[in-house]
Write a protein of this length. Structure first.
Ligand code: ADP
Length: 480
C-alpha cells in the first residue's frame, strides 16, 4: 500500500523580489544599463531583471574595492574584521528562511536542501572564517602574512549562495576586498547578500557584486587591478582563465569539473551504500561538481546493488522545489537540460541501458527524471564527460586493483567515495585514488573546516579550511 503525500509548499511571502536590480558597488546599489531576465526554472516565470555588467561597471567595482582595501580594510585588525564576519553570519542565520526560499525559486533546487544544507553551510562558512581572522599567523604561510588586495570571484549556479560564502568569507577574513560575479541564471541571493552587507554595516567597497554574463566575468579576469582570481565553474572556462592570466602576476584558485567514482566493494553495507549512491548523484539534481556520477560496483554484488538502487529510486519524489517533500527539483536552465539530454542520448546510442523510475514531469519548467545507465564501459562518453545532471553511469569491477584503475582513468580528480566495512581496504583505496576529496561510507558531506579541491583538470588549489585560507594570503617573502 502506498500513501499519497498532500502538497506541502513553503510560502513565498517571505521574499520580496524587485522588478529590476542594478549592481552593488561601494556599498550602494547602482543602476545598470542593460538588463536580462532571471527566471524560476521550475515554472519559467520571470522573477526579475538583473543588470548585465560591462567593462565600466567592473572598473568602478575594482576601484571601490581598491580604495576600501587601502583606506579601511587593510588597516583593521584581524579581530575587527572577524566582528564583521560574525555579524554577517548571524544575519544570515536570522534571514535563513528568506534566503532558502529565494535560492529555491531562482535555482530550482528543493527547499529541503536550501533550508537544511545550503544556507546553514553558508552561515557556518562565515562563522568559521570569522574565527580565523585574528589567527592568520597560524595559517601556514609564516608570520604576519599579507592579503593580496582586490580579489575577483566568479561563481556558478549550482550552489549560488554557498559558492559566494566559500569565496567571500575566506577572502575577507584574510584581509582582501572583493569583486564578485554571480552566475547569470542565479543572481538573486547574491543581491540579497549585498543587503546583508549593508545591514552588517560592512565598510563600503569591501564587497562589490556585479551581475552579468560570461563576458562580465572575463572583464574581471582581465582587469589589471585584480590581484587574484577565485573561480568555480566549468573546466573549459577555467582553462580560458588560466590562459588569460598566464603572463600576468595574478594568481588563481580554480575549482572545476569532476567525474567522481563512487566505489562499492563486495563487503560494503549494501543498504547504506544505496543511500550514499542516491545522495551522491541525485543531490541537487546532480548539479554537483563532486557528484558520484560513476558508480563502480564489484561484480558479485552488482545485481543486488542495482535492484536495491532501483527500488530506492522508485521512492524519490520529483516536483515543485518549494514543496517540503520534494527530493529532486528542476534542472537549472534550458541550456543545461539540453546538455543532459544530449549526453544521455549518447549513452543509449553507445550501448548503455537507461532506466528511470516512473515519474511524471511537470509541464512547465526544465525537468529530467533520475536515470541510471547500466552496461556502461570506460569508452562511453557518459563514463568520461561530466553530465552535471541526475544521471548515473554504472560500471563493474572484479578486483580492488581494477576499481582503482577505472576510478583514476579520467582527466578529472575532484571526488571519490569508498564503500567497505573493512577499514584497511578503505585506507588502501583512499591512498590510491587521485582525487581531492574522498568520502568513506558516506558521500557529499561538507564542512567549512575541510579543504575541497581537485587533482588534474578538476582545478588548482583548495577552498575551505586552513588550506583554503592559504590561497588568500602571501608570505612576507612573497611581498618583498
Ligand atoms: P557552466 O557551464 O556550469 O554554466 P561556466 O564555467 O560557463 O559554467 O560558468 C561559471 C561562471 O563563469 C559563471 O558565473 C559564468 O558567467 C562565468 N564565465 C563564463 N565564461 C567566462 C569567461 N570567459 N571568463 C570569466 N567568467 C566566465
Amino acid at each position: 500500500m502506498t500513501f499519497e503525500y498532500a502538497p506541502a509548499p513553503e510560502s513565498k511571502s517571505i521574499v520580496k523580489i524587485q522588478k529590476e536590480y542594478g549592481h552593488f558597488i561601494n556599498g550602494k546599489f547602482v543602476k545598470g544599463k542593460r538588463h536580462f531576465a532571471t527566471i524560476n526554472p521550475a515554472t519559467e516565470e520571470v522573477l526579475s531583471h538583473v543588470a548585465n555588467g560591462d567593462k565600466l561597471d567592473i572598473d568602478k567595482a575594482v576601484q571601490a574595492a581598491q580604495v576600501a582595501y587601502t583606506k579601511v580594510w587593510s588597516k583593521l585588525s584581524g579581530a575587527e574584521r572577524g566582528k564583521y564576519l560574525y555579524r554577517i553570519a548571524r544575519i544570515l542565520q536570522e534571514r535563513a528562511r528568506e534566503f532558502a526560499v529565494l535560492e529555491t525559486m531562482d535555482n530550482g533546487k528543493p527547499i529541503r536542501e536550501t533550508r537544511d544544507i545550503d544556507i546553514p553551510l553558508v552561515a557556518a562558512h562565515f562563522f568559521y572564517h570569522a574565527g580565523w581572522a585574528d589567527k592568520l599567523d597560524y595559517v601556514g604561510v609564516g608570520t604576519a602574512p599579507k592579503a593580496y588586495g582586490v580579489v575577483g570571484q566568479i561563481i556558478p549556479w549550482n550552489f549560488p549562495l554557498l559558492m559566494l560564502a566559500w569565496k567571500v568569507a575566506p577572502a575577507l577574513a584574510a584581509g582582501n576586498t572583493v569583486v564578485l560575479k554571480p552566475a547569470e541564471s542565479t543572481p538573486l541571493t547574491a543581491l540579497l547578500f549585498a543587503e546583508v552587507c549593508q545591514q552588517a554595516e560592512l565598510p563600503e567597497g569591501v564587497v562589490n557584486i556585479v551581475t552579468g554574463v560570461g563576458e562580465t566575468g572575463a572583464e574581471i579576469v582581465n582587469h589589471p587591478g585584480i590581484a587574484k582570481i577565485a573561480f568555480t565553474g566549468s573546466t573549459e572556462v577555467g582553462k580560458l582563465i588560466a590562459k588569460a592570466i598566464a603572463d600576468t602576476k595574478k594568481v588563481a584558485t580554480l575549482e572545476l569539473g569532476g567525474k567522481g567514482a563512487n566505489i562499492v566493494f563486495e563487503d560494503a553495507a549494501i543498504d547504506q551504500a544505496v543511500e550514499g549512491i542516491v545522495n551522491g548523484i541525485f543531490f541537487n539534481q546532480g548539479h554537483v561538481c563532486c557528484a558520484g556520477s560513476r558508480l563502480l560496483v564489484q561484480e558479485n554484488v552488482a545485481d543486488e546493488v542495482i535492484k536495491k538502487l532501483q527500488s530506492r529510486m522508485e521512492k524519490i519524489r520529483l516536483g515543485d522545489p518549494l514543496d517540503k517533500n520534494t527530493d529532486i527539483g528542476a534542472i537549472n536552465s534550458k541550456a543545461q537540460l539540453e546538455k543532459i539530454k544530449e549526453l544521455a542520448a549518447s549513452g543509449s546510442a553507445e550501448g548503455g541501458e537507461a532506466w528511470s523510475p516512473k515519474c511524471e514531469l511537470p509541464k512547465n519548467g526544465f525537468w529530467f527524471a533520475p536515470t541510471i545507465f547500466t552496461g556502461v564501459t570506460q569508452a562511453h562518453r557518459i563514463a568520461r564527460e561530466e553530465i552535471f545532471g541526475p544521471v548515473l553511469s554504472v560500471l563493474t569491477f572484479r578486483t580492488p586493483a581494477e576499481a582503482i584503475e577505472k576510478a583514476n582513468n579520467t582527466p578529472f580528480g575532484l571526488s571519490a567515495g569508498i564503500w567497505s566495512e573493512k577499514g584497511s581496504k578503505v585506507l588502501w583505496a583512499a591512498e590510491q585514488l587521485r582525487a581531492g576529496v574522498i568520502w568513506a561510507n558516506t558521500f557529499n558531506k561538507f564542512d567549512p573546516a575541510s579543504p575541497f579541491g581537485g587533482y588534474k583538470e578538476s582545478g588548482w588549489g583548495r577552498e575551505g579550511g586552513r588550506h583554503g585560507l592559504k590561497g588568500y594570503l602571501k608570505s612576507k617573502e612573497q611581498v618583498m
